[in-house]
Design a protein around this ligand. Sequence first.
Ligand SMILES: [Zn+2]
Length: 100
Amino acid sequence: MATDYDEVRSDVKESQDNSLEALQSANAPDARSVVRELDEADAMDESIVPGGEFVAEELVVQVVPQAEDEFTCYSCFLVRHRSQIAREKNGHAYCIECEG
Ligand SMILES: [Zn+2]
């Protein structure tokens, strides 16, 4: 009985191995390409997200600082060179475009 059991079991195991090999050889290329695409997608996400955050931070930082020879128009709120001040009123400057 033990011998028969081993034979049946080895046959089953062999057929399982064969089907597994067939499955692996059939799926391996697709599986690899899927994994590769996922890896590339992850890599793109990692490169895009920090870059997007960095750009967003840089935009905020660029709006706030104001050079000493610049002013922010109190009407259009654009930062302009001081040579473009057309009027100053109550400590607020107005550019030549808003006053012109
Ligand atoms: Zn203005």
